[in-house]
Design a protein around this ligand. Structure first.
Ligand SMILES: Cc1cc2nc3c(=O)[nH]c(=O)nc-3n(C[C@H](O)[C@H](O)[C@H](O)COP(=O)(O)O)c2cc1C
Ligand code: SF4
Length: 451
């Protein structure tokens, strides 16, 4: 394993790392006490802004900038929503933090509330995480008893309440406005933006939504400072004034066909190959890698030849992927059929589309129909272009849908077919030798048994 001192994962492995006693013994909540005594909320926003911390939940939006969009001197409540839906396939870094270091997360939530002047925070947790639920609730109870939550925190004038809300774990509940709708007790249908949550969010009040790993970074920034954070990662591109860089440590989830799957902390910008070889011990069973998902399935695919792509906020995009996403890397070895991969991906997105936008609802359903047809030996070469047409026309990038789920559905289609077209053509010709050249309108097949 390469030499890099983990900070976000530093407590993991200590006995009882989830308890207040162990967290405080390691210096926990000292940063909170110092900030409350010495800094104004606006100073903390400026501090986070100057680190260029980018949200770890998938979109990579600069955190301090997001906070600064809240209306100044708002008289009513401001809400902080913490996104622990962790619904992107392959992603489990939030779970590791919540189960093994819940106080690092809670300290970050309290600091983020202080910066944004939110007095109520909701932590939205997927229901499939019972241990996270148990440990977070125990940690919240410890915080109330110790005066870190509730009225006049650590003797200051600042007060905040933190509530946990368990969602039923649909993928769309992780989209920030879907999450807000769900918190309000409704179906998690994403909202049309603008207005953005910072202006009109939960209960129509100004709201910030941040990911679990993002707030853990806030804890460490408050404890260690701006220079420490900016000494890690990839600086902003001087030729691109819109590039905020990729600073700080990152939790990479590595799974699939590797020898040592796990959650690893590394500087932003390590390459996919370094992650697989140096952290994951290489592709399993002595096989070669064929492809990898760079940051959750919705980011698309890197081919083996693209494994030297840096896993920072800019890298995967340059290799034709949607972005870094959640930095959850799933490795596919040389035996994997990309047709099967795409079939699985299409099943997922067709199932998870909330159905509000026609291009997403119909596009994801038709992609699955075509993949079912290809898998059943009735595929035509023309299907590949039809699939690409769908891929290029659904999502917020082409401007046809409300949320990014459709972009996430489109990228695996576009990457799989454009990067592995030969494999699709060969599969179709082999399984449908009589009909692969047909261009006649084809009827949908019933969904395959077991799918
Ligand atoms: C379909 C979809 C699912 C998402 N799921 C999650 C999720 O599970 N967790 C998360 O933090 N962000 C998720 N996001 C991103 C959120 O909308 C939002 O950008 C993020 O929570 C903001 O936090 P951050 O700025 O700290 O990253 C999802 C987005 C989309 C479009
Ligand atoms: S893009 Fe898809 S998931 Fe998102 S709101 Fe529209 S239909 Fe729902």
């Amino acid at each position: 394993m390469p030499k890099f001192e983990p900070i976000l994962l530093a407590n993991i492995g200590k006995p009882d790392s989830h308890t207040l006693k162990v967290y405080e013994a390691g210096g926990g909540y000292r940063a909170l006490k110092r900030v409350l005594a010495e800094m104004k909320p606006v100073d903390l926003i400026e501090m986070v802004k100057s680190t260029n911390l980018r949200g770890r939940g998938g979109a990579g939006f600069p955190t301090g900038l997001k906070w600064s969009f809240l209306p100044k001197d708002h008289p009513g409540p401001i809400y902080m929503c913490i996104n622990a839906d962790e619904s992107e396939p392959g992603t489990f870094n939030n779970r590791i933090l919540m189960e093994f270091d819940p106080h690092q997360v809670i300290e970050g939530i309290i600091l983020s509330c202080y910066a944004t002047r939110a007095q109520t925070a909701y932590l939205y947790l997927r229901c499939e995480y019972p241990t996270s639920h148990q440990r977070l609730q125990a940690a919240i109870d410890e915080c109330y008893a110790a005066g870190y939550l509730g009225k006049n925190i650590c003797g200051s004038e600042f007060s905040v309440d933190l509530y946990m809300h368990r969602g039923a774990a649909a993928y769309i509940c992780g989209e920030e406005t879907g999450l807000i709708e769900s918190l309000e007790g409704k179906r998690a249908w994403p909202r049309i933006k603008p207005p953005f949550p910072a202006v009109e969010g939960l209960f129509h009040k100004p709201t910030v939504v941040n990911n679990i790993e993002t707030v853990a970074c806030v804890t460490q920034i408050a404890a260690r400072g701006v220079e420490w954070f900016k000494s890690i990662g990839v600086p902003s591109d001087p030729k691109n004034p819109r590039d905020p860089g990729s600073y700080g440590p990152k939790l990479y989830c590595l799974s699939g066909h590797v020898n040592n799957p796990g959650c690893y902390e590394a500087p932003l910008g390590i390459t996919c190959r370094q992650l697989i070889e140096e952290y994951g011990g290489g592709v399993w069973k002595g096989r070669k890698g064929k492809a990898a998902i760079p940051g959750g399935i919705s980011m698309g695919l890197l081919t083996e030849a693209e494994f030297d792509t840096p896993l920072d906020f800019a890298g995967p995009g340059k290799a034709g992927c949607l972005g870094l996403g959640t930095a959850a890397v799933v490795v596919l070895d040389e035996t994997v059929s990309i047709v099967d991969f795409l079939h699985n991906s299409c099943r997922f997105f067709a199932h998870e589309s909330c159905g509000q936008c026609t291009p997403c609802r119909e596009g994801t359903a038709w992609s699955l129909t075509m993949l079912n047809r290809i898998k059943a030996g009735k595929g035509r070469l023309v299907d590949l272009d039809l699939l690409l047409e769908i891929g290029d026309s659904i999502g917020i990038m082409p401007g046809t849908t409300i949320c990014g789920l459709a972009d996430g559905a489109a990228w695996p289609i576009k990457n799989a077919i454009r990067k592995f077209r030969g494999e699709f053509e060969e599969y179709i010709k082999r399984t449908n030798p009589d009909g692969y050249q047909s261009t006649e309108a084809a009827r949908a097949l019933p969904v395959l048994a077991g799918h």
